[in-house]
Design a protein. Sequence first.
Length: 477
Amino acid sequence: MKKLKYFVCTLLCLNMLQSCTGNFEEINEDPNRIAEISPGTLINPIIYGIATHNATSSANITFDLMQVSVPFPSVSGGLHRYDVTQNIGNSSWNNYYKWLNNIKEMRLAAIKANDKNYEAIALTLNAWLYANLTDMFGPVPMSEAIKGDEGIFYPAFDSQQFIYETILADLEKANTMYDTKKAMPYASDILFNNDVKKWQKFTNSLHLRLLLRISNRPETNAFQKLTTMVNNPTTYPVFTTTAESAILQVTGVSPNVSPWGRPQDFRLNVKMASFFIDNLNNVQDPRLPFIATTAKDPNNVDLGYKGIPSAYSGPESQFAYDASTFNIVQVENPMQIFLLTYAEVAFIKAELAQRGYITNAETHYKNGVKAAIEQLKAVMPTTYFDNPNAAYNGTLDQIMLQKYYALYFVDYQQWFEYRRTGLPALPTTDAMLNDKKMPARFFYPTDVQIGNAVNYKKAVELLGGPDSINTTVWWDN
C-alpha cells in the first residue's frame, strides 16, 4: 500500500513538472521585445534619427561655415573664422555608422521578406549616408564597415571614387526595384506615409544630387547621365512639387518631436550673419519673418532685418544694435526637417540648362526659387522677379545664390555645394584663419586615428595628402 501511494505521488509530481516546463520557452519570451525584426520595425527610427541629427548638425556647423549665422559674442576663434577643431566631425561619423548598421539590418530583413520596395528604400538610405560621410571626410570605411558580427573591428577605408561608384550603382538598382503597384505592408513610415512613388522619386532625386556632386570629374560622364535622367522622367521620376519632397513633418507627438527640447537654445548666443540677411533684404524676400527676428537699436526701435558680419574683427561693442537672430518657431513642435526637396531638384535642372545640357534655364530657376519659398510656408509675391536682384540673369552665380537659400537647414549641403562651385561668393575678413580659405573637409576622428591606426594611414594615402582641412576630396578639383 505504501509503495502504491509512493508511486501515485511520484506520478503526480512528474505530471506537475511537465505541465510547468512544457511551455517554458513560450512563457519566458519577453512581451516587450520584438521576436523578429521587419523592415517596418526599423524604417521610422532610422528616418527620425538621421533627420534630427542632420538638423542639429546644420545649425551647429553649416550655419557658421556658410555665413548663415554667427556665434555672438565671439571675440576670437570659432568655426565662422575657419577655426576647425580636430573632432568636429565625430558626431556625424558615429551617428551615421550607427544608422548604417540599422539600414543594413533593414535591408537584410527586406531581402528575407522578399520585399523589393523596402530593399530599394534601404539602398537609398545607405547611399544618402555614405555620400555625406565621404563628402565630409574623403575615403571612409564602406566595404568592410559595420561587420563586427563577422569579426572585422578595424575596417579598411575605401576610396571616394569607389564609394561613389557603389552608391550610384545602388541608386540605379533601387530605381528598377520599386513596384509602385504593390503596397508597403507595414505601419506607415513617417516620411512618405508608405507612398512607394514618392520613395522612388526620393531615390532618383538623390541620384541627381550625387551625380552633380561629382560632375567636375570628366571621367564620370556625370552631366551626360544627369541629362539622360532629366530627359526620361518616366524611367527616372523625380520630385516635381514641394508636396512630394523629402521633408520630415515633426508632429510634436512623442517620439516624433523636435530635437530642440528647449527651442530657446536654438538662438542662444547666436545672431544672423550679414551675408545671409542682406541678400534676402535685397530681394524683399518673404522668408525673412519666418527665419529671423528684426534688429533693435539701443532704444528698442525696430531696425528691420540686420545681421552681424561673419568672422568680424574687434570687440562686440562696435555693433550699436541688437542684431537679428533666429525665429524659434522653426524648431518648435510641430516643425519641418528638410532632407531633399523639389527646390533642390529644380536648381539642379537650372544648372544643367545654364551649362547647355537641357533647355529652359530661367523656368527651372524660377521654379526653384518659388519652391524654396513655399517649403518654408511663405507666400511667393507675384512681383518677386520684377526685382533686378531676383530676375534671372543667366549666370551660375545667381543660380547658386538662390540654391544656397533653398538648401537652408539641409544638413551639410550648402557647404558641399560651395566646395564644388566656390559659390555663392562669401565675403572674407582679416580675422579669418586658415588663410581665409573655406575648409575642404573635416579631420578624421581622433579615436579612428588611434584605434584603427594602420588603416587610417592608408586612408590618408588614398586621400592624397595630409589629414588636413585643406586637402581636397576626390570630386573637389
